[in-house]
Design a protein around this ligand. Structure first.
Ligand code: 4GX
Length: 265
């Protein structure tokens, strides 16, 4: 995968591939990453990239010519790449989109500053707009870095890439279970005993239950429009049984008995 980021702050973006897993991905040649300075493509003597908006008002707009030239250069060096503008107007970036992008030969991530880029560029040389969330950044760089980071860790061959892709499909659509490391007791709080037991099957079940619990409490929306896997159903049924024990059968009739009782009146 080739990732080209178009920006007026290339050194800010290059920090992403100077550290950690993204750096290793580049060293392993699973990813080739480049930050291109849009200013280098400004045709005028002073390399100006912004100008005042037509129609007046405050703020500046990124001029189309330097961006267009930088984009054409990027396309030459990244055949088959998708050109994406980071923008609050874009499709909301999520893990499914990260997977989709990780299968492309390349990404050209365009970072606007100021009030944005000349709209004629968006209609032409840009394939798609992406937003990383409903908040306003000072520029697209942090958004492009978030996308490049999330995509890189899914690329096959990236150290741990297959493993984490596997884990993603395991915890598919759920929050991760709790994690613990040494010491066994920290500030009076012990690690859940099952994790020290060496009992693999019980550990797996604890992790699934932890994952379901955290999702149920913190992000119940993640369960909507998604099938319940058989192993998940087992745990939900166990919760149901415990709740029934607490509340009594009349308060929570089991599925299937509900209809019959109503029919009886
Ligand atoms: N997710 N920003 C881009 C300038 C801009 C505005 C419109 C193009 C079109 C953001 C986000 C984000 C702030 C980056 C405005 N560029 N980008 N910038 N949230 O807030 O992606």
């Amino acid at each position: 995968m080739r990732i080209v980021v178009l920006t007026i702050f290339p050194e800010l973006v290059a920090a992403l591939w100077s550290h950690g897993m993204v750096r290793r991905a580049v060293e392993q040649r699973a990813v080739s990453a480049e930050a291109v300075n849009i200013r280098d493509f400004a045709p005028d003597r002073h390399h100006v990239t912004d100008d005042r908006p037509y129609g007046g008002g405050c703020g500046m707009v990124m001029k189309p010519e330097p961006l267009a030239a930088a984009l054409r250069h990027a396309r030459d060096t990244a055949p088959g790449a998708r050109a994406i503008l980071m923008s609050p107007q874009g499709r909301r970036f999520d893990q499914a989109i990260a997977r989709e992008l990780s299968e492309l030969p390349g990404l050209i991530l365009v970072c606007g500053r100021y009030e944005g880029v000349d709209d004629r560029l968006v209609g032409g040389l840009i394939d798609e707009e992406l937003s990383i969330g409903d908040y306003v950044l000072t520029g697209g760089e942090l958004a492009a870095m978030a996308v490049a980071d999330a995509v890189t860790r899914l690329i096959p061959g990236v150290l741990g890439g297959e493993e984490s892709a596997e884990r993603d499909s395991f915890s598919d659509g759920r929050l991760e279970h709790g994690h613990y490391t040494r010491p066994p007791v920290f500030e009076g709080e012990a690690v859940p005993e099952v994790l020290l037991s060496g009992h693999h099957a019980r550990i797996e079940r604890w992790r699934l239950e932890s994952s379901l619990m955290r999702t149920f409490v913190n992000r119940p929306d993640l369960f909507e429009g998604r099938p319940v896997a058989p192993a998940e159903r087992d745990i939900f049924e166990a919760w149901r049984a415990r709740l029934q024990g607490l509340l009594g059968d009349e308060a929570t009739p089991a599925a299937g008995t509900r209809k019959r009782r109503r029919e009886r009146g």
